[in-house]
Design a protein around this ligand. Structure first.
Ligand code: 5AD
Ligand code: SF4
Length: 511
């Protein structure tokens, strides 16, 4: 089970939604790049704004994190070049692609269920091509194609350029698979089509893969080695978005703090670069500054940060630019140093708390969120209590909370027993959620009476007389519409709140 406690009930009607922590899954899907989307978008068809009525019709559904949704935009772009158009109507589609997630067992379960539903459709229309993309591809390639016979095509996260050929192969009567993971592919030259969205806020993928090897995590196996994308292509994408009217970009990576571009290729430590490479290398702090320089009206967010890699240089860059949002998603996973060691996280409780102090020193107004796993292998009652006391010490604004779920191939699956009984995991998760709910409320109440700057994302879901947007700290604010519109920055005085939303009045309309 995954739970997300925050104050947000209003979610922009876009593909990228949740944006920050990249993971959503279980509900209709899951999107990790961790933030994801509005949960309600999981598993929903993603469509291009303009359709090409003459081409073959593609039905594209995404599960998992924001990274996956962002990848779907790359897939749509690559297939649109080959004349495909997108559709929301399953029954008129020629090709159905599910972009899948493998982060937890239930994320996979929902995709299997969906594939079985699609099998019925295929019985009535044998020419239909059904494909699996993304994180389940590698592990399940043989199963899907041979054992379960649920799909015709499997393409891993680095194989999307091959999709047109793979689809042709299937049309000539073969099954098609490409799950090769690359050391170089960043799709830097593909400009993603924005499949849906509010036209205000978009995601930009800045790196792919992960080299961290946290013992619970399947991502290094599904998405391969870490590589950073050319900063020039990132800047171009951000500039183009700004010119098209977007006012917020979220830079996406599994571990943005280890972003380092030195000319292309797999990750290298700065120290391992030649003097010439060092002179031209761009790290995450430098990248942030460059994106922030595009225009003061363009807000910058990023996710996900890593406690072991987050430097003061990054915090200084955030503090220096008012358009870099004061919000950091810093997954802790556990408050116990012994559990963190078994998780292979590379930091202790004390080192994590040192990073929290550094954030507060550079940016006293910075909101902080986290990810927590309840019931990891061998977790004792005392270790669980350590998580609760750490939560008390930090006072997170939001948190994404999960029960541990063993994933094949991971270090934990090989080394440890998944030995915390289900009821105990569940009880611990409930305690974690209850504490976070208190903190989320407390953090919201601290905003009462303040004037906050809100970037308007659209109409509130509840009333067309109200707008909603977010503060720099990622809090959702609802206020009367007056003459404001999406993309405006509005100063709003907060007069009340629910557990999920701040409610206020624009100050230029107050007496
Ligand atoms: N079980 C439970 N939660 C997990 N996460 C990653 N792998 C697992 C797993 N095997 C959680 C972590 C991570 C978030 C994206 O998902 O908290 O930060
Ligand atoms: Fe995203 Fe893949 Fe991780 Fe799921 S397993 S959260 S889709 S990177």
């Amino acid at each position: 089970m995954r739970h997300f406690v925050t104050f947000l009930t209003q979610r922009p009607n876009i593909l990228n939604l949740d944006s920050l922590p990249l993971y959503f899954e279980e509900q209709a899907h899951m999107n990790h790049t961790q933030e994801p989307l509005d949960e309600s978008r999981q598993g929903e068809a993603l469509v291009l704004p303009s359709e090409n009525p003459s081409g073959k019709k593609l039905y594209l559904e995404s599960y998992g994190c924001q990274m996956n949704f962002s990848d779907s935009e790359i897939v749509a772009s690559l297939l649109a070049e080959k004349g495909f158009s997108t559709t929301r109507n399953l029954y008129e589609s020629d090709v159905i692609l599910l972009n899948t997630c493998a982060i937890r067992e239930n994320a996979e379960q929902r995709v299997r269920t969906r594939l079985r539903e699609l099998q019925h459709l295929k019985k009535g229309k044998p020419s239909l091509v059904v494909g699996v993309l993304g994180c389940m591809a590698e592990r399940l390639k043989d199963k899907f194609l041979e054992e379960e016979k649920l799909v015709d095509l499997v393409a891993g996260p680095d194989a999307y350029r091959a999709l047109p050929d793979l689809i042709t192969e299937v049309e000539t009567g073969q099954k098609a698979v490409n799950v090769i993971l690359s050391l170089e592919e960043t799709y830097a030259d593909v400009s993603p089509v924005r499949l849906t969205g509010n036209g205000i806020s978009a995601f930009i993928s800045i790196m792919r893969g992960c080299d961290n090897m946290c013992s619970f995590c399947v991502v290094p196996f599904t998405r391969g080695r870490e590589r950073s994308r050319d900063p020039e292509s990132i800047l171009k994408e951000a500039r183009d978005l700004f010119e098209a009217g977007y006012r917020e970009v979220t830079l996406l990576g599994q571990n943005v703090d280890s972003y380092l571009f030195y000319g292309g290729g797999p990750k290298k430590e700065f120290k391992a670069l030649s003097p010439e490479e060092q002179a031209h290398a761009v790290n995450f702090a430098k990248l942030l500054r460059k994106v922030a320089e595009i225009d003061p009206q363009l807000r910058i967010r990023f996710t996900t940060s890593n406690p072991g890699d987050m430097t003061d240089e990054v915090l200084q860059a955030m503090a220096d630019y008012s358009n870099i949002c004061k919000y950091i998603h810093l997954p802790v996973q556990s408050g116990s140093s012994s559990v963190l060691d078994r998780m292979n996280r590379g930091y202790t409780r004390e080192q994590y708390l040192d990073r929290i102090s550094a954030i507060r020193k550079y940016m006293p107004d910075c909101a902080i969120s986290t990810d927590i796993i309840a019931g990891f292998c061998g977790e004792t009652e005392e270790e669980h209590q350590d998580t609760l006391t750490l939560m008390q010490q930090v006072g997170y604004d939001y948190a994404y909370m999960f029960e541990y779920s063993e994933r094949p191939k991971t270090l934990a699956a090989r080394k440890f027993k998944d030995d915390v009984p289900a009821e105990l995991k569940n009880r611990r998760l409930k305690e974690i959620i209850a504490l976070q709910t208190e903190w989320s409320k407390k953090r919201n109440e601290e905003e009462l009476g303040k004037v906050v700057e809100v970037l308007v994302e659209g109409l509130s879901k509840k009333s067309d007389q109200e707008l909603f947007g977010r503060t720099s700290q990622y809090k959702v604010v609802v206020f009367p519409k007056h003459n404001f519109k999406a993309g405006d920055y509005v100063q709003v005085k907060i007069h009340s709140c629910t557990s999920a939303t701040l409610i206020g009045t624009p100050i230029d309309s107050m007496e």
